[in-house]
Write a protein that binds this ligand. Sequence first.
Ligand code: COA
Length: 198
Amino acid sequence: MSDRTERAFAPEPREPSRRRFMIAGEHVILRAFERDDIERCYRWMNDPNIVRTLKSRYPIAFQNEIDWLERAMRVSDDERHFAIERRDDRTHIGNASIHDIDWVSRTAAFGLFIGEPSAWNRGFGSDAIATLVRFAFEEMNLRKLHINVFDYNDRAKHVLETHGFVQEGRLQKEFYREGAFHDIVILSVFRHAEEKPQ
Ligand SMILES: CC(C)(COP(=O)(O)OP(=O)(O)OC[C@H]1O[C@@H](n2cnc3c(N)ncnc32)[C@H](O)[C@@H]1OP(=O)(O)O)[C@@H](O)C(=O)NCCC(=O)NCCS
């Protein structure tokens, strides 16, 4: 796979271990989307194991996914989208987005999934969350992030709590799926702990 998202003009990073990529974690990098990501995105957005954790309900047509990807590749003031790649073999394993960015309040929402089943439970999701949060705080200068997660998504809640997210709210019986109404929990993290209400 080519290194087409690397930038020769990127500022010299503080840590030598991050030198090769613009946004790098320990095990993953976050890069811009490219047109040839479409097949994977289409497959993941039609995988019931992934869709179960998202608000999406209906099968996604290939053209819908092309439209989404075209949007994700455009520069936008209030959202940014990233492909998650493994650092070791540069395979595309998932997607991440920061959205609803409020540049005055310096807050945003985000979402993320590891779509490739072979990459689940191997630490990539955790590293992708840590990398995305660090980028949002240190490079985008945001001060607070939140994410909405289905209450039944124990794995996501566990990983987010590991990274300092706390439950800030709960939308009771908000979403109907598989014959029942489910709560959605709102988890958030502040850049500076002293901002967090006690
Ligand atoms: C949530 C998600 C990103 C985690 O990625 P991942 O690469 O599979 O997860 P990791 O390997 O980094 O970490 C898994 C952790 O969850 C734990 N875990 C796994 N299944 C669990 C469960 N049912 N309940 C609680 N914890 C669970 C593991 O033990 C591990 O914890 P540890 O690091 O403390 O040992 C991934 O599962 C995913 O993409 N899910 C679908 C999308 C989603 O839920 N998005 C919500 C936003 S995070």
